[in-house]
Design a binder for this molecule. Sequence first.
Ligand code: SF4
Length: 366
Amino acid sequence: MGNNHQDNLTNLLVEKGISRRDFLKFCAAMAGTLALPASMIPKVARALETVKRPPIIWLELQDCAGCTESLLRANQPTVAELVLDVLSVNYHETIMAPSGAGAEKSLADTIAAGGYLTVVEGAIPTGDNAIYCCIGGKSAEDILKEVAANTAAIIAVGACAFYGGWPATPPNPTGAKGVRDIITDKPIINLPGCPYNVDNLTATVVHYLTFGLPAMDDLGRPLFAYGRRIHDNCERRAHFDKNEFVRAWGDEGHRKGWCLYQMGCKGPVAYQNCPTIRWNGGLSWPVAAGHGCIACAGLNFWERAAYESVPIADEDKAPPATYPAVEEGGKGLSPAGAGVIGAAAGLAVGVAGAVAIHQLTKNESE
Ligand code: SF4
């Protein structure tokens, strides 16, 4: 939440015992997640240390709070968490300390000052005069419009804020909609997923602070996170290409880590960086854990039958140029220093980053 550090990330890192080297590793991981060359790592580091960080208003509307859980999931501070922490989160009705009039005053003051980033979690119910989600006597729809009026940009996290999510599943009794259905005159960055991956939020914030808005696809999703097909980065892809499929839960193929396509995996039609950044500090992701991808970063994912295979066009069946590395024990890609770097880089950037970190730390000690 809001803090006394007045935008100074360096002081906060020192206070929390995070070394300069770990900070640079984090910057390398961010550059990796953002698909930037290693030469950009110093620029990311400098920007994070010096740029003035905007206040944030976090709206939690019609949802299950899973995206806030995703934000809070770690139990020890990482650099990624501190980057988010050092941002002045002036309002987050779920986890902020003030309540009632104090909370509403903080929101009103931040709106009046302008220039803030808005994070929206949850759908916006619009049916029956928008009565299904009200906070402080105002509807979610009115609150969103009020907050959006003075914001610099909106980051819509999770499937619900993206298109309505599971509250919008037919017959959609509350008239749930996504942010982009309501707000049309502000930059909106969509980070869908159920829940979204907090590492992508960190990377988006880093990109925004360093370079401005990221390049996005026609659904408003950043290309660095949603530009590649899960199927092409999946550690089980080699089994798909060899026709080695799991055909029943717990069968021999399942025990051997074969492809989950026949069990309904939606990886062939899903675009997100789950196989490379993974979850829980880079520990695992659903396919590594033995369940097919449900394509939760796509539109209307809740309406797809979870265990039915999706059709794949012949031209989309061509094997990728390279397969992801698989660790002994079947854990697949592993982020470099995942315990320290909440947001993981890909292997290639990890290597490039390590070289750059070595050079940076060397130069700084000279
Ligand atoms: Fe991986 Fe699913 Fe593609 Fe199989 S179908 S290779 S499990 S993404």
